[in-house]
Design a protein around this ligand. Structure first.
Ligand SMILES: Nc1nc2c(ncn2[C@@H]2O[C@H](COP(=O)(O)OP(=O)(O)O)[C@@H](O)[C@H]2O)c(=O)[nH]1
Ligand SMILES: [Mg+2]
Length: 454
């Protein structure tokens, strides 16, 4: 997929938002600029790009949202807006008997796509055949036959016949043996009256259950006019975009179809029969971003947090206190999210980090978290509430280390990290007017976990 560059910019953008200590105007402006450049490079309509930019900038200055909530909101907004400009998903529901009619201009990839669709539906239990109604190009029947042979499906052609409807009639009885008949049609250089009338005639006679417009991704935003015209004049029900593998402008073709509400149902990603994928904007974006499902992560972050606990934490923090007990709660919250590598996989951008650190290091991190928990459990209430007393008394540290089954340097590290975190919270708290919630601390806790590893 040649939209990789856009994917990497989107990933970086999400990362920058998630990791920003404070979302100030400069940062947001920079992010929006990068985003604009890469979307326009991917051939997305400038108007759509400007709208998206405006929404993000507005959200960034929205006073009703603070801290993590605001970051989450912006990331989600970005995600949802891009899914929207990519279009709506249309699920194809096939019956006992279906006829697909493929239409489009010369060289769009109709005949090649027949081999792909045949392969796709054969695998899903359909008995598929193809019929060649491209009577304009002399080599067309032979090309279709070769493609069908490769895909191992039956093919009906008549190279001598110049009337497509007669070809259909000739084989009509044969088609009853199949559950999906895919019809190849003749293209033109442009959508003219002759082509419209031919498509309509064929669709009526073959009783097409779906008429698919095939277009190559290279045409970019020009796909808009074509999709609109074929949809309005020839009753096209879905679009198949081919050559998604060979052009950076694929974003133009996809978003253009969305603009005229011509749903993209499949994308072609190569020349072999296996190079076909159903199109779903949501999973397309997820893949582009190369990360786990953003929504799942956000839902999980919310679900592991108890409202009362948030309240308690907030009050505590406002009074300027952050004890080891609070740290313990955070660690438990992180555990509630699942294993560390799973969590990392779900945090935008960290999926990559995960690969870089490798599994061993992650296990090490998990082991550390476990050790800290044991250590905190081996402390007295007094020590948990006022960890400062530990720094002065080596005997206490020795006792805790023994109880928790770890070394004294582990305990010193824990205290050091707790102090760091406390400082971070204090400075962040001051910055956002003393308002601080557990989500923010969790984010910080994660950040500080990362600092330790690298
Ligand atoms: N790279 C790539 N090439 C494709 C794809 N789909 C079709 N093609 C190529 O595009 C050219 C035209 O395809 P064809 O099926 O003959 O177009 P038609 O005139 O619409 O029937 C052929 O060389 C195909 O191999 C695709 O998804 N990726
Ligand atoms: Mg053809």
């Amino acid at each position: 997929m040649v939209l990789e560059k856009l994917g990497s910019v989107l990933r970086k953008t999400t990362d920058k938002i998630a990791n920003a200590v404070f979302l100030d105007k400069n940062l947001v402006d920079g992010i929006v600029k990068d985003l604009q450049r890469s979307l326009i490079e991917a051939d997305v309509n400038v108007g759509l790009v400007m709208e998206l930019s405006k929404k993000i900038k507005q959200a960034a200055v929205d006073e009703r949202l603070k801290g993590v909530e605001k970051k989450e909101h912006i990331i989600k907004l970005l995600h949802d807006e891009i899914v929207m400009i990519l279009g709506k998903k249309r699920d194809l529901v096939l019956g006992k008997w279906d006829v697909f009619l493929l239409v489009g201009l010369y060289g769009a990839g109709k005949t090649t796509t027949i081999g792909k669709l045949a392969t796709y539906y054969s695998k899903r239990g359909k008995k598929v055949c193809a019929v060649g109604l491209d009577v304009h190009r002399p080599a067309a029947p032979e090309q279709l036959k070769q493609i069908c042979d490769k895909a191992k499906i039956d093919c009906f052609i008549d190279a001598g016949e110049k009337d497509p409807l007669k070809i259909w009639k000739k084989f009509e009885n044969e088609f009853k043996k199949y559950s999906l008949v895919i019809v190849d049609s003749a293209g033109r250089d442009a959508l003219d009256k002759e082509l419209i009338s031919e498509i309509k005639k064929i669709a009526k006679v073959v009783k097409a259950t779906e008429s698919f417009l095939v277009m190559q991704a290279d045409i970019g935003q020009a796909a808009k006019e074509q999709a609109r015209a074929f949809k309005d004049a020839a009753g096209v029900t879905g679009v198949i975009i081919t050559r998604m593998d060979s052009t950076a402008k694929a974003g133009g073709a996809l978003t253009a179809c969305a603009e005229v509400e011509a749903p993209v149902v499949f994308i072609g990603t190569g020349e072999t029969p296996a190079d076909l994928e159903t199109f779903d904007p949501e999973s397309f974006l997820s893949r582009l971003l190369g990360m786990g499902d953003l929504k799942t992560l956000m839902e999980k972050i919310h679900s592991v947090m108890d409202e009362k606990e948030i309240q308690r934490q907030q009050e505590k923090l406002q009074s300027g206190k952050f004890t080891l007990r609070d740290l313990q709660t955070q660690l438990e919250g992180m555990e509630g999210l699942g294993s560390m590598d799973k969590v990392l996989g779900m945090i935008p951008g960290l999926g990559k980090v995960k690969d870089k650190i490798g599994e061993g290091a992650l296990e090490g991190q998990q082991a550390k978290v476990k050790k800290w928990k044991h250590a905190i459990n081996s402390m007295t209430e007094e020590e948990i509430e006022n960890p400062e007393i530990l720094e002065k008394q080596t005997s206490r540290i020795q006792r805790i280390a023994k109880g928790a089954g770890c070394s004294t340097s582990d305990i010193r590290m824990l205290i050091k990290q707790w102090k760091m975190l406390k400082e971070m919270i204090k400075s962040q708290g001051a910055m956002i007017g003393g308002k601080m919630d557990q989500k923010m601390i969790m984010k910080l806790a994660r950040k500080f976990g990362r600092k330790m590893r690298m």
